[in-house]
Write a protein that binds this ligand. Sequence first.
Ligand SMILES: [Zn+2]
Length: 116
Amino acid sequence: MAKSRALHWQEPETINCSQCDGSGEFRGMFSSGPCAMCDGTGLVGEDGEPLPREDLLAMMRRQRDRLAEQLDGARQHYQRLLHTPGVRDALAAERARQLEQQQRDDMALRKRLRGG
Ligand SMILES: [Zn+2]
């Protein structure tokens, strides 16, 4: 029998797996590993039942694509910021300030350790 496929696949609604509390990890007394109830995803269907593997795979692929897009957006935002006048100078000044503060803290710590 051929599998019937929905014309428009929809991501199933999910809740956190009650077995692993959404962590996806099984932690036993002597062993640990992916939660068997949720296949290590931390998610189950709204009814609390495990999701079909084909849905999980499609969800993971979509999530991967979404994250890649977000990362790309963040990179572009960062690049634009770096090209905004004054931002590079402000970053350099902040780094110098942090370095100075670190050196002051180190000196103070050394002094304290010497018992001064
Ligand atoms: Zn689980």
